[in-house]
Design a protein around this ligand. Structure first.
Ligand code: UFG
Length: 340
């Protein structure tokens, strides 16, 4: 079995990618420092897969520890680098921590991969690199704009690091940058899912926690945008669909099918939904009435963004399979499985 190192493999998207990799016949090896994930995820993975997934509790900024993993495992063929801080608001408060962790760990990883002769990398980027786009939907060729947070800037900088290092004469790394839109939902087994620490920043965990009675009500951040119902538009992709994009990307790198040393793909559904549409779809999927009210705009929110998913479809053969409603149903099932 082909070994793939999954940094941040105990995290929300990483854990779902571990499942999809294993079920596609790969041997995922997790590296995670567990600062924003819990070891219970490993039990969930064991239950889904019926076997233990190897996991190293180390920080990706620790080159020596990473070397050790590559040497011990021996024949790792590729890396999917999820490990990063991801809270937009926190990044405004702790910009240095975000640059150090997100950009620093990528640089460390790239150097270690080169030293160890590992050539294939899939990197977690984000639609946040587009900033407030001039045209919708956004294609991979849509110019990036100033990011609205240090978090967003780390993703832009990481893309730059990958591009610049790929131009070096002695470069050996082949990279696929996946620009995620808004991942939501959980594995159908409800054994793994999103585990937000404290009050969730993101829409769907806030909705499910409100429906579960853990929060009073959802505040919708503004209804005076230039969108069909005035609320923000996003491209919500089921996390299992997103996870599958990584399997396809890794396989493409291993098969040396990539047309360039760095390739970039949007990973979204290609459809935009407003916040109110998400609320309605959640109510239908869960049979719960959601308590919500309209509040002021949230600083830094992009009014509307959704993917042009054509390139991923044509080049990777990747298409999402799960509807918004089913994705929300899976999020609700996961919420109900959590004992809080
Ligand atoms: N929203 C609300 N109320 C809430 C939470 C969110 O109305 O309590 C709205 C937001 O205003 C936005 C939409 O729901 O219109 C989605 O918000 P999220 O916070 O779930 O996600 P964002 O689109 O803001 O995405 C941000 C960054 C991404 C990052 C992502 C995950 O822009 O780069 O958070 O952390 F990947």
């Amino acid at each position: 079995m082909t070994k793939i190192l999954v940094t941040g493999g105990a995290g929300y998207i990483g854990s779902h990618a571990v499942v999809e990799l294993a079920q596609a016949g790969f041997e995922p090896i997790i590296v995670d420092n567990f600062v924003n994930s819990e070891t219970t995820v490993l039990a969930g993975l064991r239950e889904i897969l019926g076997r233990e997934v190897p996991c190293y509790r180390i920080d990706c900024g620790n080159a020596e520890a990473l070397h050790e993993v590559f040497r011990k495992e021996g024949d790792i063929k590729g890396v999917i680098h999820f490990a990063a801080y991801k809270a937009v608001g926190e990044s405004v408060q702790k910009p240095l921590a975000y640059f150090h962790n997100n950009v620093g760990s990528l640089i460390t990883l790239l150097q270690v991969m080169k030293d160890e002769g590992v050539e294939n990398l899939v990197f977690s980027s984000s639609c946040t690199v587009y900033g407030i786009p001039d045209q919708l939907p956004v294609t991979e060729a849509t110019p990036t704009k100033p990011a609205s947070s240090p978090y967003g800037r780390t993703k832009q900088m990481c893309e730059d690091v990958v591009h610049d290092s790929s131009q070096a004469a002695d470069n050996t790394t082949h990279t696929i940058l996946l620009r995620y839109f808004n991942p939501i939902g959980a594995h159908e087994s409800a054994k793994i899912g999103e585990l937000p620490l404290g009050v969730p920043n993101n829409l769907v965990p806030f909705i499910t926690q409100t429906a579960a009675g853990l929060r009073d009500k959802l505040t919708i951040f503004g209804n005076d945008y230039d969108t069909p119902d005035g609320t923000n538009v996003r491209d919500y992709i089921h996390v299992v669909d997103l996870a599958k994009a990584h399997v396809v990307a890794v396989q493409r790198l291993l098969d040396r099918k990539a047309s360039e040393v760095v390739e970039t793909f949007n990973v979204g559904t290609g459809h935009g939904n407003t916040v109110l549409e998400v609320v309605k779809a959640f109510e239908e999927a869960s049979g719960q009435k959601l308590n919500y009210s309209i509040g002021p705009r949230r600083p830094g929110d992009v009014p509307a963004i959704y993917a042009d998913a054509t390139k991923a479809a044509e080049v990777l053969g990747f298409k999402t399979e799960t509807s918004l409603r089913d994705a929300l149903a899976s999020a609700w099932k996961w919420q109900q499985s959590l004992v809080r």
